[in-house]
Write a protein that binds this ligand. Structure first.
Ligand SMILES: *Cc1c(COP(=O)(O)O)cnc(C)c1O
Length: 417
């Protein structure tokens, strides 16, 4: 069970809404910092250190990246814009990781420019990257194929487009070493939003085993091992957060077995989690603007799937709190909808909620990762602002809402821009 608490009450939120009109995203700084610290603390045992590279795509706002940087995290990027955001937040060099796929050369160029660790998604990219000169440090992404069961969002590894096969991994390190690369990492990511702690331990086992094989067969020393992202969060109240102590303990046992007992150089331990770090600490604040009674009961809010597409895209559950009615009995069954001309524009379907009236503040939970960043402008919808609920209780606008000029900015048409 997970309690779906909020960092503010109705009165406090009303005050925020007075200054910043809904809809907006608001992120809880204190909770983000606490999660970041706890994550690192769970891996304190790592003999050569631990670092999570926060996946920028989860919440691409430099203010958030800066906070995470202060807590010792790096960034994981996969585009030029994400690399620039990381750089702006002061996160460069080996604190920046670049895990991309089907990568254009300009992106590698930018990654090299900020000194990010480049994590190659394919063996042919060694030659491709050579066009701009191989960096001194390289990492490769492993796709374990049928060795590993998939999960719902990312799918079965053998059907996923990512990474190198086992044979290619060995070959890739051999080639890169011959071409003068001096420092190596190894990476995999086979799950998304996975809540089973043992899944990560099994993945770590596979990757540690491969690390040992690579070293044995190529003589390459691996300096860091990156277990990817994908640690899930309990979106539903009846779900439970991943027991990080259990993940850490399981990984420690395998690490000891392969690295310590195998007398290998202890690699730095890395993850690339986005969702786990900020997901539970962001809220999409909307207002009920309509109620509609036809074959079903509808509540229309002033945000839409264009602001937060996970329910529409994945059928994902996001908990909803009606502010001020936290303890009222959930006597109604609503579809909570946005205004897109798409019938999957629903934040909730057949959700039991207390009676909602126009003007009620309706808060959508767990939108601190893959929330605003997945948004879009379909139907001419303007994207919402982002606010930071700071540790001292004050609110800072860290991204303003879009206006019509933003929407028309790329058009060359008289009277529009
Ligand atoms: C999306 C992604 C992540 C982050 O995933 P989370 O579910 O937010 O942890 C990390 N690494 C790669 C390569 C990704 O594509």
């Amino acid at each position: 069970m997970t309690e779906k608490a909020l960092p503010f009450n109705l009165k406090e939120l009303r005050e925020i809404v007075r200054d910043f009109p809904t809809p907006f995203y608001i992120y809880d700084e204190e909770a983000i910092r606490r999660t970041a610290r706890d994550f690192s603390a769970a891996f304190e045992w790592a003999p050569n250190g631990f670092r999570n590279y926060y996946a920028v795509k989860a919440c691409p706002n430099p203010w958030i990246l800066k906070i995470l940087g202060e807590e010792g995290m790096g960034t994981d990027s996969s585009s030029i814009a994400e690399l620039i955001l990381s750089e702006a937040a002061g996160i460069t060099g080996e604190n920046a990781f670049f895990t991309s796929n089907n990568t254009p050369l300009q992106e590698y160029l930018k990654a090299k420019e900020i000194g990010a660790v480049i994590n190659l998604d394919d063996i042919t990219h060694i030659a491709y990257l050579e066009q701009i000169g191989l960096p001194k440090t390289l990492s490769f992404r492993y796709n374990p194929g049928p060795l590993k069961e998939g999960n719902d969002i990312i799918g079965k590894p053998e059907e996923a487009k990512y990474g190198l096969t086992r044979e290619q991994m060995i070959e890739a390190y051999r080639i890169a070493k011959a071409k003068g690369v001096e420092r190596f990492g190894i990476h995999t990511m086979v799950a998304s939003n996975e809540l089973n702690p043992d899944y990560f331990v099994e993945t770590a086992d596979l990757l540690l085993q491969l690390l040992a094989d690579v070293t044995e067969q190529t003589g390459v020393t691996i300096d860091f091992i990156n277990f990817g992202g994908g640690i899930g969060i309990p979106y539903r109240p009846e779900e439970t957060a991943v027991d990080m102590a259990r993940v850490s303990k399981g990984i420690k046992r395998r690490y000891t077995e392969y690295i310590v007992n195998g007398a290998l150089k202890p690699p730095i331990i890395n993850f690339e989690c986005g969702r786990y770090v900020t997901g539970p600490h962001g809220y999409l604040v909307t207002e009920a603007i309509h109620e509609k009674h036809i074959y079903k009961e509808y509540i229309g809010v002033n945000a839409s799937m264009a602001d937060m597409m996970r329910p529409g895209m994945y059928g994902a559950y996001h908990h909803i709190t009606v502010m001020g009615k936290e303890n009222s009995p959930a006597t109604e069954t609503y579809d909570v909808v946005g205004s897109l001309c798409e019938n999957n524009d629903k934040f909730a379907i057949d959700r039991k909620l207390p009676p909602i009236e126009r003007g009620d503040l309706v808060v959508i939970h767990d939108t601190g990762a893959h929330g605003r960043s997945m948004g879009f402008n379909y139907n001419g919808k303007l994207r919402p602002a982002e606010l930071l609920f700071q540790e001292d209780g004050t609110v800072r606008e860290i991204r303003r809402r879009e206006n019509l000029d933003d929407y028309f900015a790329t058009l060359e048409y008289p009277g529009l821009s």
